[in-house]
Design a binder for this molecule. Structure first.
Ligand code: MF3
Ligand code: CO
Ligand code: CO
Length: 297
């Protein structure tokens, strides 16, 4: 087993050039009240801008995943995310969102989500989720992948593969008229059948002009989530699956979520659009999922 994750040292705050448009919380750290009704995108212009945000988020994520290697610090990955975002004229959405100090979330091994990049160096056998969100053209795009560092053990292979399959199964049910709780129903079943836990404390979310908007998209079956999907909605599906039961704790930095039993956790995330007859993945890359291209895993 790998050593438990501990909190490390943060590098100085990275700056965003003044010419790059910022989301409303960039100075204050406080996001605006959730904006318009749900995440329904009504105009062609908004949809075009969401496609840009999704594409840029994916390009930044690909750059980050390319930099993952044994001996690389999570802070070095943050630098890659930060530079790749600003090179594209985008603001890295995590930076100062509710006070988050960095431009990327890096969640290693038993970290469920919201890991803060620091001086911890990646080791052979680690798994790492890199979660990229960018703000460009007035819209946010959000995606993440888990990849292997060096050679994974069998349990981590099973966990990462199944988590990816669970996200894609959740996406596959997206269409107008479908209830949002169908997503959690299929993800929960897939996880259970694979002997894995599902995190309940964090959910997918509407996304667009704000980073997090209604609805909250549970990754387990939530009877009360009766809202139906409508064409034009944009939201994320981002299941976190665990080798254990899925209960979480937050570490002393008030961000890093770890599994209560310290068993490993994996996550994948896409931003999706509900189309007339199904869905479109706005953060799909040619190389997604990258772990499949890592030495044939
Ligand atoms: N990207 C995360 C999500 O998928 C949210 C990160 S919040 C941050 O919703 F402040 F940590 F960036
Ligand atoms: Co998200
Ligand atoms: Co995300």
């Amino acid at each position: 087993m790998s050593a438990p994750i501990t909190l490390g040292q943060l590098s100085p705050t990275r700056l965003v050039p003044a010419g790059i448009p910022r989301p409303e919380y960039a100075e204050s750290g406080i996001p605006a009240a959730r904006g318009r009704r749900d995440c329904t995108k009504t105009t062609a212009d908004e949809l075009a801008r969401m496609r840009v945000a999704g594409r840029v988020a994916r390009e930044v994520l690909d750059a980050v995943l390319d930099a993952v290697a044994v001996g690389v610090s999570t802070d070095a990955l943050d630098a890659v995310a930060h530079e790749a975002a600003i090179a594209r004229g985008a603001y890295p959405s995590p930076l100062n969102y509710r006070g988050f100090p960095k431009s990327l979330c890096t969640s290693v091994n038993e970290v469920v989500c919201h890991g803060i990049p620091d001086d911890r160096v990646l080791a052979d056998g680690d798994i790492i989720n890199c979660d990229v969100t960018v703000y460009i053209d007035g819209m946010h795009g959000d995606c993440s992948e888990t990849v292997f560092v060096g050679t994974p053990d069998e349990a981590s292979l099973h966990l990462v593969r199944t988590t990816y399959d669970a996200m894609m199964a959740g996406i596959a049910v997206v269409k107008p008229g479908e209830r949002f709780n169908t997503i959690g129903k299929v993800i929960g079943k897939l996880a259970k059948d694979a002997g894995l836990g599902v995190v309940k404390a964090f959910a997918g979310h509407g996304i667009g002009e704000h980073f997090h908007m209604p609805p909250s998209v549970a990754h387990y079956y939530d009877r009360t989530l009766r809202l139906r999907m409508e064409a034009g909605m944009t939201f994320t599906i981002e299941p976190m699956l665990n080798l254990g039961v899925g209960d979480c704790r937050i570490l002393a930095d008030d961000w890093t979520a770890v599994t209560a039993d310290r068993q490993r956790s994996a996550q994948f995330e896409h931003t999706v659009l509900v189309t007339r007859d199904g869905y479109e993945i706005l953060t799909l890359g040619e190389r997604s999922p990258v772990f499949r291209t890592q030495q044939g895993f």
